[in-house]
Design a protein around this ligand. Structure first.
Ligand code: AMP
Length: 286
């Protein structure tokens, strides 16, 4: 496994592979890897086959963090990440620098952004207004560095996956997007690099996100539910946890992300909950 930091070097490796007929699979991450990320690496390998090449990028992208968010303290452990990538069978870990991705600090040096204007507006987009602009920009840039045939994203970030799929189609990237299932801890908490921020009490209470999904599933199985009423009911369950504060609970169509007035089996649900400054998200099909 090689570690490549230079963009030009990444691009020439990808062009060489393509010339030789190898397919390129790509997993973009911000590092501090867990089993969820590793499952995406394995999915990418499965997609490109043993003769293909799998690239994992590790880049904590500053433009997708808001000014009050955790960019500077986002957890980093490159040494461990590289070991996990090697064990998972990655061929290259791409670790571009901020200076290469966003040259110069002023807009004189960097002034181009990719903005998706529909799917990115609600949910994460309302809570984190500049987030998706940062995500679509960096993913488009990474696509141009890695030149993948296939890219794998996690269902854990459902709206992000939808936005990336739309961007890929709208901008005619010749890339197949695969969305792979959310990996969870044994107690149901969705794996996330941010779980590290939780103290013991918060960690114990953080199962409330997956519990809300289970509760909603149970209720809609019994009978369709008013989304507004169900939201209130679940918000009460979250409020019962001393450390938890609801950011949003939404019901919507899983493909179009259009809000649903009635929640029924097949409706998608997403929620975001704060534990102190840590904000966790989860989602699932009911
Ligand atoms: P991140 O490093 O958090 O930006 O995530 C990189 C990729 O891993 C994204 O496509 C995420 O959706 C995906 N991911 C994060 N957590 C999980 C999880 N628990 N299960 C599966 N994929 C995940």
């Amino acid at each position: 496994m090689r570690v490549v930091s230079l963009i030009a070097q990444m691009q020439s490796a990808a062009l060489r592979w393509k010339k030789s007929g190898a397919r390129v699979g790509f997993v973009p991450t911000m590092g501090y890897l867990h089993a969820g990320h590793i499952s995406l690496v394995k999915r990418a390998r499965q997609a490109v086959g043993p003769k293909g090449r799998v690239v994992v990028s590790i880049y904590v992208n500053p433009t997708q963090f808001g000014p009050e968010e955790d960019f500077t303290k986002y957890p980093r452990d490159l040494k461990r990440d590289l070991r996990l990538c090697r064990e998972a069978g990655a061929d290259v870990v791409f670790t571009p620098t901020d200076a290469a991705m966003y040259p110069g600090k002023s807009e004189d040096h960097y002034s181009t952004y990719v903005v998706e204007e529909t799917l990115s507006l609600g949910m994460e987009g309302s809570s984190r207004p500049t987030h998706f602009r940062g995500v679509t920009t960096v993913v488009a840039k990474l696509f141009n560095c890695v030149l993948p045939d296939v890219a794998v994203f996690g269902a854990k970030d459902w709206q992000q996956a939808a936005v990336i799929q739309r961007m890929t189609a709208d901008l005619n990237f010749p890339i197949k997007i695969i969305v792979a299932p959310t990996l969870r801890e044994r107690d149901g908490l969705a794996m996330s690099s941010r779980n590290k921020y939780l103290n013991a009490v918060q960690r114990a209470q953080a199962t409330i996100l997956s519990e809300c999904l289970s509760e909603a599933r149970k209720l809609v199985k019994h009978a369709p539910q008013s989304a507004a009423r169900l939201t209130r009911k679940l918000a009460e369950c979250v409020a019962a946890k001393s450390e938890a504060r609801v950011d949003y609970i939404h019901f919507f169509d899983g493909e179009t992300l259009v809000p649903a007035k009635t929640a029924r089996p097949g409706t998608h649900m997403a929620l975001a909950v704060f534990f102190g400054k840590t904000r966790l998200i989860d989602n699932g099909r009911l």
